[in-house]
Design a protein around this ligand. Structure first.
Ligand code: ATP
Length: 234
């Protein structure tokens, strides 16, 4: 579904992605793990078109994404939940969700998408008239995910959904990610919480200073000495 080949991304003189290649197949949950500054967020931003690679190729369902303007990438079926949620704090929950459907015209389809979001996140229905800035961190994460789902993406990009959340909420969010995947959405998940990410993903790639240093089946990686030492606290 999504293939990155030999991608190089720079911030000015900083070489943030050094020739990375990976792929996500339809129906999978794939995770990119790695420590702070490894290039995980940069990878997602490059896929969603917020950053452009200096060289390399990105194809989505066989189409070259490098020539697609960022605003059209959502219409192609890719939606991103940014790091730090970034909900529109002064707007209500409903207004945030409606903005996630801004590309869609069919009112019945929009209603159906919202219904699906409320089924996944009943809390959002309870709070749908609340100003988003007053929601808890976990609720804002739910809202950011719900908003991204309003475009009914084929591929959902999630950037650090566990960031700043209490363990019980992290568990809840990860179980919903599995549910979203089971209902047909392919997922690329970026996480510093390698333990949780490996527990739900089919496959994983380990990033270190802009390079992929390990990849494979999540269960196998979780058991490998190298990953356990570096990312799972021994
Ligand atoms: P984190 O979890 O901290 O976001 P990450 O793995 O997502 O880590 P990136 O944010 O992708 O890492 O950063 C990769 C590298 O690019 C780092 O060395 C970082 O300092 C650098 N970098 C990221 N954003 C910028 C920017 N806007 N300008 C300059 N350098 C940047």
């Amino acid at each position: 579904m999504l293939v990155l080949e030999d991608i190089n991304v720079y911030y000015g003189a900083i070489h943030a992605l050094k020739g990375i290649s990976f792929e996500v197949n339809k129906g999978e949950i794939v995770t990119l793990i790695g420590s702070n500054g490894a290039g995980k967020s940069t990878s997602l931003k490059t896929i969603s078109g917020l950053l452009r690679p200096k060289s390399g190729k990105i194809t989505f369902k066989g189409e070259n994404l490098a020539i697609v303007p960022p605003q059209s990438i959502v219409a192609k079926g890719i939606s991103q939940v940014p790091e730090g949620r970034r909900v529109f704090a002064n707007m209500t929950v409903i207004e945030n969700l409606e903005l996630g459907a801004y590309l869609r015209k069919d009112k019945t389809e929009i209603k159906k998408a919202m219904q699906h979001v409320y089924e996944l996140f009943p809390r959002l229905l309870e709070r749908n008239k609340q100003i988003s800035g007053t929601l808890s961190g976990g609720e804002q994460q739910m809202l950011a995910m719900g908003r991204a789902l309003m475009s009914q993406p084929e591929l959902l990009l999630l950037d650090e959904p566990s960031m700043g959340l209490a363990p019980i909420l992290v568990k809840q969010i990860f179980s919903i990610i599995k549910e979203i995947n089971a209902s047909g959405t392919t997922i690329l998940l970026v996480e510093q919480n390698a333990h949780m990410a490996l527990s739900i993903a089919n496959r994983a790639y380990v990033l270190e200073t802009g390079k992929i240093v390990l990849s494979g089946d999540s269960k196998e990686l979780a058991e490998s000495e190298e990953v356990r030492k570096a990312y799972l606290g021994g």
